[in-house]
Design a protein around this ligand. Structure first.
Ligand code: DGL
Length: 279
């Protein structure tokens, strides 16, 4: 298993929550956590230098995830949230195994799988996600384990994350691409659709517009925020302070398009700072 990354300090309620993604899509999860738990200190890391993870090999994604976890532990995080479905699929086990057990590691797939199993014990559910997430079969595996009667059909939608990261949403181009994916045969006659990528909450309204209320749309950001709260409560690590938490946002490469899109993802001002953890 190799070396365990030890947290230099015992986690306290004031310790930050570390959140990471391949880019700025995980800011949708950071935003939900901030709204649910405004007193928490947050450190966000977007691995924009390696974006997208969706088409990378399992081994590479695992090594990126482990490297970022090591950085977050060096900043004394009390919890690590893998705010990327692709990294949750390929790096969660390695990160969990490497990180000292006093630090909880959460992924974005388990809370959505639990919600689907609870709400749709039978019936047909669709998942849209990166190629990597779809090829891992993680959603069907996790949902079927909890609810064997639920039928799960997945579609890789590799154009969506780069399109959103470049700021293309709520326009003609995004609508055309979204409609062409959602009209594919494999997604017909579904009762609910999981947005299996942390970028997709930004196109949720366009997806809902396509379905006109006939299909329920699930994104995991709020479900993850609730899971974070529950876990911190359990370990008595919830920050009960009065002031609004401190937020730091790092990316491994900074371009104008990342800077200008970031505010949409966090619903508010975000000052991205470039930080090279890789050399
Ligand atoms: N945000 C990532 C996810 O949730 C997808 C983007 C990528 O391909 O890196 O899967």
């Amino acid at each position: 298993m190799g070396l365990l990354f030890l947290s230099a300090m015992k986690p306290t309620p004031e310790s930050p929550i570390g959140i990471f993604d391949s880019g700025i899509g995980g800011l949708t999860v950071a935003s939900a956590i901030h709204h649910q738990l405004p007193h928490e200190n947050l450190i966000y890391f977007g691995d924009t230098a390696h974006f997208p993870y969706g088409d990378k090999s399992a081994g590479l994604i695992e090594s990126y995830g482990v490297g970022i976890a090591q950085f977050l532990l060096s900043r004394h995080c009390k919890m690590i949230v893998i705010a990327c479905n692709t990294a949750s699929a390929y790096a969660f086990k390695a990160v969990r195994a490497k990180v000292d057990s006093s630090v909880e590691v959460l992924n974005v797939i388990d809370p959505a799988a639990r919600a689907i199993a609870r709400n749709y014990p039978t019936g047909r559910i669709g998942v849209i996600a990166t190629r990597g997430t779809v090829n891992s079969s993680i959603y069907p595996r996790k949902i079927k384990k909890l609810s064997p009667q639920t039928e799960v059909t997945s579609l890789a939608t590799p154009l969506l994350a780069p399109m959103i990261e470049e700021g293309f949403f709520n326009n003609k181009i995004s609508r055309t691409i979204i409609h062409s994916y959602l009209s594919k045969k494999s997604l017909q006659e579904i009762e609910a659709l999981i947005l299996g990528c942390t970028h997709y909450p930004l196109i949720r309204s366009e997806i809902e517009e396509y379905y006109k209320g006939k299909v329920a749309v699930f994104d995991s950001a709020e479900l993850v925020a609730l899971a974070v709260q529950e876990s911190l409560q359990k370990s008595s690590l919830l920050n009960l302070g009065e002031s609004i938490g401190n937020r730091e946002f790092y990316v491994s490469d900074l371009t104008d398009s990342f800077s200008s899109s970031a505010a949409h993802f966090f619903t508010g001002e975000v000052a991205l700072q470039k930080l090279d953890i890789w050399t």
